[in-house]
Ligand binder design. Structure first.
Ligand code: SAH
Length: 233
């Protein structure tokens, strides 16, 4: 069965967005995956069709109303798909989580707006908060598109060359080694000789050494990631 994404949003026109182009777009056309967007505002029942209200306790901005969002969520058929809420307070998205999601039948994603979502609907509908990084977006939609991009590209049959997924950053807990292609000399810089030597074992050894070096320089946290306590700075 094809992977099915349902996105709850105030801006359904943002989907499939960039996922309608390139590799993901071709997979969408083939029916390898689908995305349906649900307009949260359709579940507002007051005469102004309001979806947000002022924060209890005061302060700036507006908060998405729990009753409206709950009705929108309940309109999506109950199934075993995980229900995520894109949120900067969430657990940071990892390739491991992406792989798990891609291995399932699909995902339901709630996109926040304004200051965020009333806590009671997060609790009552058991939404798993997921962050795409330590910065604040204006809404959950680009975060949802980012998550779906990462998921769709690893669905079976989506990437032309399946092997190109194997050595990627994070797949082995390391950042990826550098890449080169022709010409042999670019602005006086040569391709490292080992890569054109034809010695596959030497190439593999060089790539691993480069990956370890790069990871130690840029992301030492990844090198200690499989210990019980990840290093935090
Ligand atoms: N006041 C909130 C930020 C709200 S931003 C806070 O300080 O935590 C509005 C919406 O954008 C959020 O509800 C969420 O759905 C989305 N969003 C913003 N940054 C995000 C991030 N880094 N990852 C995932 N979603 C994000």
């Amino acid at each position: 069965m094809a992977f099915k994404a349902t996105v709850l949003t105030l801006y359904p026109e943002m989907f499939p967005g960039h996922l309608g182009a390139a590799i993901a777009g071709r997979a969408l056309e083939r029916g390898d995956w689908s995305v349906e967007s649900v307009q949260i505002r359709d579940f507002a029942i007051d005469k102004h069709r309001s979806v947000d209200d002022t924060p209890s306790g005061g302060g700036a901005g507006m908060v998405l109303k729990p009753d409206v969002l709950a009705r929108a969520i309940d309109s999506v058929a109950a199934d075993t798909r995980p229900r995520l809420l894109m949120s900067p307070r969430g657990r940071p998205l990892t390739q491991e989580r992406v792989r798990k999601i891609a291995g399932g039948e699909g995902v339901v994603i709630v996109c926040g707006r304004f200051e965020g979502v009333d806590q009671r609907v997060i609790d009552a509908r058991n939404l798993e908060e997921v962050s795409i990084g330590d910065y604040i977006l204006s809404g959950g939609e680009p975060a949802a598109l980012t998550l779906l991009d990462a998921v769709v590209r690893i669905l079976p049959g989506v990437m032309g060359n399946q092997l190109s997924g194997v050595h990627e950053s994070f797949e082995a807990g390391l950042l990826e080694h550098p890449h080169y292609t022709r010409p042999q000399v670019f602005e006086g810089r040569e391709i490292p000789a080992v890569l054109t030597s034809g010695d596959h074992a030497a190439v593999e050894k060089w790539r691993l050494a480069e990956a370890v070096k790069l990871t130690a320089e840029r992301r030492p946290d990844l090198l200690s990631a499989d210990e019980d306590q990840p290093v935090r700075k």
